[in-house]
Design a protein around this ligand. Sequence first.
Ligand SMILES: Nc1nc2c(c(=O)[nH]1)N[C@H]1C(S)=C(S)[C@@H](COP(=O)(O)O)O[C@H]1N2
Ligand SMILES: [Mo]
Length: 256
Amino acid sequence: MSDDVLQSRRRLLRAALAAGGASLLAGCDALSDSERFVDLLSLAEPLNRGVQRALTGARLAQEFPASMIAPTFRPNGTLAPQTQEYRALQADGFRNYRLQVFGMVERPLEFSLDALRALPNRTQITRHDCVEGWSVIGQWTGVPLAHLLDLARPKPGARIVVFHCFDDLAGDGSRYYESVDLADAYHPQTIAAHRLNGAPVPIANGAPVRMRIERKLGYKQPKYVRAIELAPSYAAFGGGRGGYWEDRGYDWWGGI
Ligand SMILES: Nc1nc2c(c(=O)[nH]1)N[C@H]1C(S)=C(S)[C@@H](COP(=O)(O)O)O[C@H]1N2
Ligand SMILES: [Mo]
C-alpha cells in the first residue's frame, strides 16, 4: 500500500477517533501497520470518509479578537535566510520576488507582491502552535490558496501541494519544504500571507510570503515561500516524507 493511501487512512481514522474520544490516538500508528486492521479500515472507508468530512471538512480554526494579538510574533527555525537567491531578493526590497505556481496545473503562474496585494485577500487572527510547546496569536493577511489554485487550474491527478522555500535550514544545500493535501490547500483559512499584524511580514517570520495553514502545527507553516507545486504525491521531494521536519521523523498530518 502506498504511503499516500496509508496516510489518508490514518487521517480518516483520526477523524473517526476524534468523534469517539482521543484516548485511542496514541495507538493509531501501530494499529495501521496491521494488515487485518487495514482490511477492516477498507471496509469502513466510505463511512469514515463521510465522518471525516462531517467532522473536519469545513471546520475553521479558532479566530481571536484583536485585543489578543501578541506584541511580538515569536519567530522560530530560520530567522534570516542566507541563500544567495534570497539575499539578492531581500537587497532589492523583494521587488523582483515572484511567487510561482507550477507542476500539475493547466496554467503555470507567477505573482509579484503587487499582484498578490491586488487579488482578493483574507485577514485572520489565529494562534500558531509550535510542537516545542509554545503558542502565539497574530493577525495574518494574504491571498487564499484556493484562489491561486482556481487561477492555475490543477490537473486531474494532482493530489498534493508542495511549498518550496528559500532557506537552507539543514545547512547542506537543501531547502525547507512542506506539503499538504488538496482539502487543506482549499481550506478557507489557508492563505499565502504577505502581512503580519498590519505590516509586511518581517524577515524572521517568513518575508515576503509565508503560508498560513491554520489547522496545522507550526512546522507545517512554511516561511520564505518561493514556489507552490502541484504533484501526485510527495514521494519525489526531499527525503520523501512530505516536509523538512517530516523527513526527520515528524508526522506529515500535523493537525491541531
Ligand atoms: N521556511 C521555513 N519555514 C518554517 C520553518 C523554517 O525553519 N523555515 N520553521 C517552522 C517552524 S518549526 C515553526 S514553529 C514556524 C515558525 O514560524 P515563525 O518564525 O513565524 O514563528 O515556521 C515553520 N516554517
Ligand atoms: Mo515549530
